[in-house]
Structures are given as C-alpha cells and as structure tokens.
Design a protein around this ligand. Structure first.
Ligand SMILES: N[C@@H](CCC(=O)N[C@@H](CS)C(=O)NCC(=O)O)C(=O)O
Length: 252
C-alpha cells in the first residue's frame, strides 16, 4: 500500500502528488497542515525526523525527499515511465531535479516564507510561538522560522533569492527553445519538479515570466496544466480559496 503525507499541491508536496497521479497509482492521502504545525508533531517527526513534507510510506517503509520519492515511484512502478529512455536523457533530467532542489526551490521558498509565515504565526502568543519553535527538529529550520515570523530576512538575501528565480526562468526558457520538455523530447520527472516552482511566477514575478520574454515557458506551463495527471494533483487542494488568496496576496 502507498501512503503519502503531504501538504497542498504546491512546492515539494506537489512533486509526488503529480507523479502518483500521472502514474494512475492508488494511494492513501494524509494531509499534513503546515499552518497548524502538524509537520512538527511527535507523530510526524517519527516518520520524517526533519519534520518536513512530503513523506511516502510504501509497504511500511518511509521514503523522504520529494525528488527521491519520485525516483523511487518511477523505479517501483515503471508501467507509466517518467524518465527518458536514454542515459543521456536521464542525466539531463537529474540535472534539472538537482537544480530545482538546490537552486530554484530554496530561492522561491525564502521569498514565500518571508511573505507568508508572519500570517501563520500572527495568532500565537510569544509563549505559544516558542513552544512551536521548540518542536522543530532541525536547528536551521528553527532559525528560518524565527526570521520569517518577523519578516526579517536580510534584504540582500531576498534580492539574491529573487535574482536566482529570474535565472531559473531564463534557464528554463533556453532549454525549452531547444526541446519540447525540460529533459528532451520526453515528459519526465524534470518537468514535474519544475512545475510547482514555476507555476506561480507569471503572477508573482511577471517581470521574469511573460509573453514577450519567455513565450516557451508560458507554452510549457499551459501544456503542463492541460495534463490530466497535473489537473488531478491540483484538484487535491484543501485550503479554502480565501486562505490561499490571502497567502497569494501576501506573497506579492
Ligand atoms: N528537500 C525536501 C524539502 C522538504 C520541505 O522543505 N518541505 C516544506 C514544504 S515544501 C516543509 O515541510 N516546510 C515546513 C517546515 O519546514 O516547517 C524535499 O524535497 O522533500
């Protein structure tokens, strides 16, 4: 049996959700509400000692890290393959998934955290906030939560993160001007990894992704959104639209 512990179909949670839906795999969905700090609960930390989503449970074993989860799913359930069939294609795919994990996602995440966490912790008293922080298993995440709660990331760090988002989009546009999908002619885990990061950019940072400068990225986004697997994953959103809207407005 497959079980996925995940948040909304955004960022790292969206990656395995899309992969599972693309493959048409049945799974039990466990929604972990990040706004209620459920990822830091003792029960969840037993599953993922990092206190982060997503986490996959398969035959009683836990697999963490969204990119690793997707590689695992593709290896164990190869009927609908999501990797190119050549070694070169797979290398290209992994360069993209690594790039998303190490460059694009952390940059976007910093900006998102700086804009959104303040609202998430707004209702907490200082004592309640400290109690929440104390449960976060990773010291570096504790520091990130503290800074984000005060919207106190240094401006130069935010500027650098924004610049890296712009570079990420340029890199996508260059690749998509040469090939149909990010890893070549085959739709792959590279596209799945990039989509959750890139999908909000035309709205949040239109100076980086727009009809004039990045038509191929916009065409790729439209092709991604037209895929039934992507649509099924996005349809798993649970937060009422007004909450999502608040978060989006705050992120602008
Ligand atoms: N490298 C991990 C990163 C996981 C991660 O950062 N998850 C975020 C959501 S996208 C999370 O759980 N954040 C809540 C927290 O850190 O408290 C992966 O790709 O799975």
């Amino acid at each position: 049996m497959l079980e996925l512990f995940h948040y909304e179909p955004t960022a790292n949670s969206a990656k395995p959700l899309i992969c599972l839906k693309e493959k048409g795999l049945e799974f039990v969905s466990h929604y972990v509400d990040l706004h209620n700090f459920e990822q830091h609960s003792p029960e969840f930390v037993k599953l993922n000692p990092n206190g982060q989503v997503p986490a996959l449970k398969h035959n009683g074993e836990i697999i963490t890290e969204s990119t690793v989860i997707n590689e695992y799913l593709d290896e164990v359930f190869p009927e609908v393959p999501l990797k190119p069939d050549t070694a070169l294609g797979r290398a290209r795919m992994r360069i993209w998934t690594k790039f998303v994990d190490e460059y694009f996602c952390p940059s976007l995440s910093l900006i998102g955290w700086n804009n959104m966490i303040k609202d998430v912790v707004a209702e907490l008293s200082p004592e309640e906030f400290e109690a929440k922080i104390a449960r976060i298993p990773l010291k570096e995440q504790q520091a990130k939560w503290r800074l984000a709660a005060k919207q106190a990331f240094p401006q130069e760090q935010l500027d650098e993160a924004r610049r890296k988002c712009g570079e990420s989009v340029k890199r996508m546009e260059r690749t998509l001007s040469e090939t149909e999908w990010l890893a070549g002619s085959t739709y792959s885990l590279a596209d799945i990894a990039c989509f959750p990061m890139a999908s909000g950019i035309p709205r949040l940072m239109p100076e980086f992704m727009n009809e004039r400068d990045t038509p191929r990225c916009l065409d790729w986004l439209a092709r991604m959104r037209a895929r039934p697997g992507v649509q099924a994953a996005l349809a798993m959103s649970r937060r009422p639209p007004n909450v999502l809207k608040t978060a989006k407005t705050a992120a602008q």
